[in-house]
Write a protein that binds this ligand. Structure first.
Ligand SMILES: [Zn+2]
Length: 342
C-alpha cells in the first residue's frame, strides 16, 4: 500500500514537473531575452535587433535609423531637437507607453553614434560629431538620416559669444561682458539668417548659458567649420578705467601663419570690424594662451571688440546701435573670408 502510494505520487510528481517545464518554457525564453536585454547596452540592442530584422524581413539598413510610430501619427507630431554643442539628437514620440521601445525596437545603424538612450517615447542619440538630421515618414515608420554639415551647406561657420551663465566675464558699472558679447552675436545672427548664401552657422550659445571651454573649442572641429569666430569685450589688465580703447583680434601664434591661416582670418576681422565701427585699430595679439584658440582645429579669430574699461567705449558697447555696427563688421569679415577661400 505504502509502496503503491509512493509510486503513484512519484508518477504524479514526474507528470507535474513535465507539465510545469512545458508551461514555463515560454517564460524562461522570455526571461532569457530579458536577461540579454539587461546585459546589453542600448547600442548593442540596436545592433542585435537590426541583424535579426535583416535576416527575418530581408531588408538592409544602411546608415539610417528606423523608428516605428503609432498609427495615425504624422511627422509633425514627432519632435526632433538637435543640440549641436553636445552633438545630442533627441527624438520624441509623444503619448506612448513607458516600455514602447521594448515592443517596438529601434532598428538601423550608423557608424557615428557614440551613445544611445531610450525611455518612454524619447530617444537620445549622442553622435561623434555635428550632424544634421533628415527625417521621412513612410507608412508606420520614421526614417532618420544623419548628414554632415558639408552635405547640407556650402560653407560652415562657428560663432562663439564669450562667457555666459554663471561666468559673466568682466563687469563694469553693472554691465556684464557676457551680455554685450551675446547681444552682438544675436545681431550677427539676424544678418546671417537673412543671408541667401548656403552657409551653415553653429553657435556655442544664443542664450545666457555657459558651455564648457571644451564644448566651445571642439565645435569647430566637430562641424569641420571653415572658420571660427569668438566674440569678447576687453578690459585693461588691472581692470581700472582708463583712456585705453580700441579693437584687437587674437589668433594662435604657434599655428601655421601662411595661406588661409588663423592669422590671416584675424587680420580680415580686424580690418572689417574697425572699418564698420570706426574704432581704433590695436592690431593682432597672440592668443595661444587662450584655451578655445589653442584647442581649436579650424582657423580661429577671437575678437576683443572694445574696452569696457574705457567709459566712452563702455557706453557704446552697451548700446544696440554700436552692437549692430560690431555685428555688421563681423558679418563683413565672414563674407570676405569665405570669398577669399576659407
Ligand atoms: Zn572675455
Amino acid at each position: 500500500m505504502e509502496e503503491k502510494i509512493l509510486k503513484i505520487s512519484s508518477l504524479t510528481l514526474a507528470v507535474l514537473i513535465v507539465t510545469a517545464l512545458v508551461a514555463l518554457r515560454p517564460f524562461s525564453e522570455i526571461n532569457k531575452r530579458e536577461e540579454k536585454r539587461e546585459q546589453m547596452s542600448e547600442l548593442q540592442m540596436l545592433a542585435y535587433y537590426t541583424e535579426q530584422a535583416e535576416e527575418e524581413e530581408d531588408i538592409n539598413f544602411r546608415q539610417q535609423l528606423r523608428v516605428e510610430i503609432p498609427s495615425g501619427m504624422t511627422e509633425q507630431d514627432i519632435s526632433i531637437e538637435n543640440n549641436y554643442v553636445r552633438q545630442l539628437i533627441t527624438i520624441e514620440i509623444p503619448g506612448v507607453e513607458k516600455d514602447y521601445f521594448t515592443s517596438h525596437p529601434l532598428l538601423g545603424r550608423s557608424n557615428h553614434i557614440n551613445d544611445l538612450y531610450m525611455e518612454s517615447g524619447v530617444i537620445e542619440i549622442t553622435m561623434d560629431a555635428v550632424y544634421e538630421v533628415k527625417t521621412t515618414v513612410t507608412g508606420s515608420y520614421l526614417y532618420v538620416d544623419f548628414l554632415t554639415p558639408q552635405q547640407v551647406y556650402d560653407k560652415v561657420v562657428v560663432i562663439d559669444a564669450g562667457h555666459g551663465g554663471g561666468a559673466p566675464g568682466a563687469i563694469k558699472q553693472e554691465i556684464m561682458e557676457k551680455d554685450i558679447n551675446l547681444a552682438i552675436v544675436l545681431q550677427l545672427k539676424e544678418l546671417l539668417d537673412k543671408n541667401d548664401r548656403n552657409i551653415g552657422v553653429y553657435y556655442t550659445r544664443t542664450e545666457d548659458t555657459n558651455p564648457t571651454f571644451e564644448q566651445r573649442a571642439q565645435l569647430g572641429g566637430k562641424s569641420e567649420a571653415n572658420l571660427y569666430i569668438s566674440v569678447h569685450s576687453n578690459s585693461t589688465t588691472d581692470g581700472q578705467m582708463s583712456s585705453y580703447n580700441g579693437t584687437e583680434v587674437m589668433y594662435d601664434e604657434l599655428k601655421e601663419e601662411e595661406g588661409l591661416s588663423s592669422k590671416h582670418l584675424a587680420q580680415i576681422c580686424l580690418e572689417e570690424i574697425t572699418g564698420a565701427m570706426g574704432s581704433k585699430n590695436n592690431g593682432l595679439t597672440h592668443g595661444n594662451g587662450i584655451y578655445i584658440i589653442r584647442n581649436n582645429e579650424v582657423p580661429t579669430a577671437l575678437i576683443e571688440v572694445g574696452f569696457m574699461t574705457n567709459q566712452e567705449e563702455l557706453n557704446k558697447l552697451n548700446s544696440p546701435e554700436y552692437q549692430k555696427q560690431a555685428a555688421q563688421g563681423i558679418y563683413n569679415a565672414i563674407m570676405r573670408a569665405l570669398d577669399e577661400g576659407y
